[in-house]
Design a protein around this ligand. Structure first.
Ligand code: NIG
Ligand code: FE
Length: 410
């Protein structure tokens, strides 16, 4: 046996046979075993139980978790963590009253990040991105989706995706990568010509070099229309890339409908969403992913999480870690925002950031719950009074250690 954790105050999100996702009112339930033990071997969860039934087992590594909780690592199903520079000057412009769209029109925003990224050599960009990957592992993230979209040329999009793949190879993180060539139209490019390049050059190259799992489009007024979105992700599907779509961030964009129509794995953002979109999502296999860090940073409305759950939807949360709209990859803070700003209970927020998030990036067979056979990827908390304390103490560092695939990270 490799790793034994005993005297665990609460083993959180334990599910012997987990559902693929938890929907609506099911999200209120977060199964916890109090006073528990857990054994992991070869990076996988083997067994767990209550301390009163513990017969004593040996292991190479034994952790006494008295007073502390063990929970599955967070799954962050939406990030743009490969970027070349921060954009705090735009942050200050925003404080002075400029909108996200105005900043984009003045050459800031995505095009600013693309400009910097195009000038940054691959190895340098990898080192910066690797540092962020280590940062989020320290925050308890065990799996992350990473998008391209700041390259906007064939070579720079491929460069971003190679870096994202390398992060998956050189860290214990489980990484899924998403091609987001349709993030913005580059300066000086003809719109139709660029879209043709995305579809006919970039997607085939990305697929040929096996650099992406998913295909994303920023479906938003001023960026890409729902019709363009459908065309691009359908082309991605022909090359084996499943759709995951940026939808309804700034206004109702038709992105939710485009996502459901194309069987997207998830539609993400949803700050602007009406009953029609909720009805479209109902009964579909598409996960509704909310990015509360972006709503917080842009000071916008938040998705109506409670209304969505009352309609029976499964919802998930992710960080959207990026330099423009969400410069923060700390999932515990996303949980706090989900509770404080979207009135989710801590139990609902934990489900949104683990089991439902794993569904949103198709890693539910490996992560998202404490289940025999899944990865031994856990957060071991400090001594804290309750699970609710985690989103409550929004500025505190509640994590003692992070274990990914059976290895202690810190
Ligand atoms: O998810 N909305 C589109 N993409 C990113 C932000 C991009 C940027 O501003 O750099 C997002 O919010
Ligand atoms: Fe995003």
């Amino acid at each position: 046996m490799d790793l034994l954790i005993k005297n665990i105050k609460g083993l959180v999100q334990v599910r012997d046979s987990p559902p693929q996702k938890v929907c609506g009112s099911e999200m209120a339930e977060l199964p916890v075993i109090e006073n528990a033990w857990l054994i992991a071997s070869n990076g996988k969860i083997m067994k767990y139980g209550r301390m009163e039934n513990f017969t004593g087992l040996d292991a190479a590594e034994i952790i006494d978790a008295t007073g502390r909780y063990v929970m599955p690592c967070f799954v962050d199903s939406h990030t743009h963590l490969v970027f070349a520079a921060s954009r705090e000057n735009e942050f200050v412009d925003k404080l002075r009253g400029l909108s996200y769209e105005e900043i984009a029109r003045r050459g800031g925003g995505i095009l600013n990040s693309a400009n910097k990224l195009q000038q940054t050599p691959e190895d340098e960009l990898f080192e910066m991105s690797l540092e962020r990957a280590h940062e989020i592992m320290g925050f308890g993230t065990g799996a992350v989706e990473i998008k391209s979209g700041y390259g906007l040329t064939v070579e720079d999009e491929l460069k971003m995706l190679r870096i994202a793949r390398r992060i998956g190879e050189e860290t214990p993180l489980t990484v899924k990568t998403t091609f987001l060539g349709a993030h913005a139209i580059p300066n000086g490019r003809d719109r139709n010509d660029y879209i043709r390049e995305v579809m006919e050059v970039m997607i085939p190259r990305v697929a040929e070099e096996n650099l992406a799992d998913y295909c994303d489009v920023f479906c938003e007024k001023g960026f890409f229309t729902p019709e363009e979105t459908v065309l691009i992700v359908e082309q991605g599907k022909k090359y084996g890339l499943k759709p995951k779509i940026h939808a309804n961030q700034l206004r109702i964009s038709g992105g939710v409908q485009a996502g459901v129509q194309t069987s997207a794995l998830s539609v993400d953002h949803l700050e602007s969403i009406g009953q029609e979109e909720i009805d479209v999502l109902k009964g579909s296999a598409t996960m509704a992913t909310m990015l509360p860090g972006a709503a917080f940073f842009l000071n916008s409305d938040y998705p109506p999480a409670r209304r969505m759950m009352e309609a029976g939807l499964a919802v998930s949360i992710a960080s959207d870690y990026n330099p423009g709209s969400a410069p923060c990859g700390k999932m515990a803070f996303m949980l706090s925002l989900a509770c404080i700003k979207m009135k989710m209970t801590p139990q609902e927020a934990f489900n949104a950031a683990t089991i439902n998030a794993a569904y949103a990036m198709d890693v539910g067979d490996l992560l998202g719950s404490i289940t025999p056979g899944k990865d031994a990827s856990f957060i071991l908390t400090k001594e804290i009074p309750s699970v609710e304390y985690i989103p409550y103490a929004f500025g505190s560092d509640v994590i003692d250690r992070v274990i990914i695939k059976g290895k202690i990270i810190e």
